[in-house]
Design a protein around this ligand. Sequence first.
Ligand SMILES: CCCCCCCCCCCC[C@H](C)C(=O)SCCNC(=O)CCNC(=O)[C@H](O)C(C)(C)COP(=O)(O)OP(=O)(O)OC[C@H]1O[C@@H](n2cnc3c(N)ncnc32)[C@H](O)[C@@H]1OP(=O)(O)O
Length: 382
Amino acid sequence: MALAGVRVIELAGLAPAPFCGMILADFGAKVIRVDRNKVGMSLDTQARGKRSVAINLKAAEGVALLRKLCVQSDVVLEPYRKGVMEKLGLGPQEMLKENPRLIYARLTGYGQSGSYATAAGHDINYLAMSGLLSRLGRSGEKPYAPLNLMADFAGGGLTCALGIVLALLERTTSGKGQIIDASMVEGAAYVGSFAWKSRSIGMWDCPRGQNMLDSGAPFYDTYETADGKYMAVGAIEPQFYRQLLTGLELDAGELPPQMSFTDWPELRRIFTERFASKTQADWSRIFDGTDACVTPVLSFDQVSSHPHNQERASFIKDSSGEESPRPAPVLSRTPAEPCLASDPVIGEHTVEVLTEYGFTSADIDQMLTAGVVECNAVKSKL
Ligand SMILES: CCCCCCCCCCCC[C@H](C)C(=O)SCCNC(=O)CCNC(=O)[C@H](O)C(C)(C)COP(=O)(O)OP(=O)(O)OC[C@H]1O[C@@H](n2cnc3c(N)ncnc32)[C@H](O)[C@@H]1OP(=O)(O)O
C-alpha cells in the first residue's frame, strides 16, 4: 500500500483527527491511537485499521513514554486545543529537535494563531467562520450545516491527511520533517474555493437558496416521488436539460426557458407535480441509461445494492457485518486495503506496541503496575 512503513501516533480526538488517522491507516500506515486510561469505551468510530495504546498523560512517566513513541515515528497527529501539547512538554519544537524527520500535524478548529486559537468549537462554528455556512440553506430559511461534513471532515481530517502526505513526499528529498497547522476554518474555506472564486462570474449574486447550485434552480434540486422517496436532478447543460424534459414527458415549447430566473418557481411547481406521480423505482427505470442527470436519492440501506455501486464494490462489510464506504480514490498498483477486523478497544494493543517500540517486558510490567499504561486485550475478548 502507498503508505506502507509510515508510523503514525494519533492522539485520540473527537471526529476530524480520527478520520485523518483512518485515511492514513486505510492506505497502509501503521496508526497507533493514544487513548486515556480508565475510559470504558472509545468514541472513535473512525478507528479502522488502528491499534490502541492507553497512556496516562497526567503522569510524568506517561508523558516520557509518549515522547519516546513520537520520536520513533514518522507522524504525530494531535487534535487538542492550542497549547495542550506544549503544557505536556511535547510541543513540536521539542519533538522536532529530537527527531528532525518528524511530521507534526496539528488539527484544530481555528489554527495555532489568531484571537480564536484557544477557543472551543465544533464543525458548525468553523463552517460559520469560513463564510461558507452563510451560503448553505434554502431560500427564506436560516443557514443549514450539512451534517458535520464540511469542516470536520472535508476541511479538517481530509485536508490534514493531504498535508501529511505532502510533507512525507517533501521529506523524501529534504530529509526533514515539518509542522502542519491545519485549521478547519481555513480547510473548509479552501474546499469552498469554487464558491468564493465563481462569484466573479455571478454564480452567487442572488440571496441564499436562489442561485443555480444552492437549490434555487428547479433543474438542480431534489424531488419527492409517489412512494415518499426522492430523486436528485442535476440537469444543468441544455442538452441534458432536454433529456430531463423528455423523461418527465414535458414539452419544452410549452414551458418557460430553462434560464428564466423569474420562472423558476413555476418550473419547480411543474417538476414537483410530475415527480410526485411515479415511484422512485419508476423514475430510476425511466432515467437510467440517459444523460438527463437524474438519479435516485439512495438511503444508506439502498446504496450498496445499487447495481453501479455493486459492480464497483464501492461499499465494504467488516467482520461484524457493518457496512461502510470503501477507501477512495482507487490506486491501480497500490490500492487501499481496509482492515476488516473490529475496531480496537481502548488499550487493546498496549503491550504489543510497546514491545514493538523496544520496551522490555519488565519496563511494560512496571508501567502497567504503576497505572501509567493500561492493557485491555483480555477484557475486550471476553
Ligand atoms: C452526552 C454527550 C455525548 C457525547 C457523544 C459524542 C459523540 C461524538 C460526536 C462527534 C461530534 C463531532 C463534532 C461535531 C465536532 O465538530 S468535533 C471537532 C471538535 N474540535 C476540534 O477537534 C478542534 C481542536 N480541539 C479542540 O478545540 C478541543 O480539543 C475541544 C474539542 C474543544 C475539546 O476541548 P477540551 O475537552 O477542553 O480538551 P483540550 O483543551 O483539547 O484538552 C485535552 C485535555 O485532555 C488531556 N489528555 C489528552 N489525552 C490524555 C491522556 N491520554 N491521558 C490524560 N489526559 C489526556 C490533555 O492533556 C488536556 O488536558 P488539560 O490541558 O486540559 O489539562
